[in-house]
Design a protein. Structure first.
Length: 175
């Protein structure tokens, strides 16, 4: 009454397939697609480039990858993930998707996610989408949230203050 379907049968072995095909005569053996498909493992993300503590860089750094800075950089840095080590000092603008600050930055910070750890020292403005400031971090500057902090179009184009007016005081925050 019920018959077993050949669709659910396991594939015949190569040596079994030829005699079975000749016995049936009408149906040729199915092509072996297993040999055509070669699965590959996903490519591993390359490790972050590290600038060691004894390295002093003068100039701008730009990458689509990750950078970990332990030394000193005098210039702007643009990266995907930027980690500033405890012994690091950056004098310039920092732009990254993810910024983790353990050391010192003198300059503007732009990032989708910005994190100041307890050992962070920042002197400059922070433009972010999300921010976290741990207790003990030192920060002097302004904080501004933007939906797209990485775009340079969003820079404030405010007119400079008149020469007779005193410069505005920057807020100092210690958490």
């Amino acid at each position: 009454m019920f018959s077993k379907s050949k669709i659910n049968d396991p594939a015949p072995k190569a040596e079994d397939a030829k005699p079975a095909a000749s016995a049936e005569g009408a149906r040729p053996a199915a092509p072996d697609y297993k040999s055509d498909f070669k699965p590959t493992a996903p490519k591993a993300k390359p490790p972050a480039s590290t600038l060691s503590a004894d390295l002093h860089v003068t100039g701008n750094l730009k990458t689509t990858g990750d950078i970990q800075v332990e030394g000193t950089v005098e210039g702007d840095i643009r990266a995907h993930l930027l980690t500033i080590g405890e012994s690091a000092t950056i004098k310039g603008e920092v732009i990254a998707d993810d910024v983790v600050i353990n050391g010192r930055i003198v300059g503007r910070v732009r990032g989708l996610k910005v994190r100041l750890t307890a050992t962070a020292r920042v002197e400059g403005d922070i433009i972010h989408k999300t921010i976290a400031i741990e207790s003990g971090a030192h920060f002097e500057g302004s904080v501004q949230r933007q939906d797209d902090p990485l775009s340079t179009k969003g820079k404030t184009g405010a007119a400079p203050a008149p020469a007779a007016a005193p410069a505005p005081q920057k807020a100092q925050q210690q958490s």
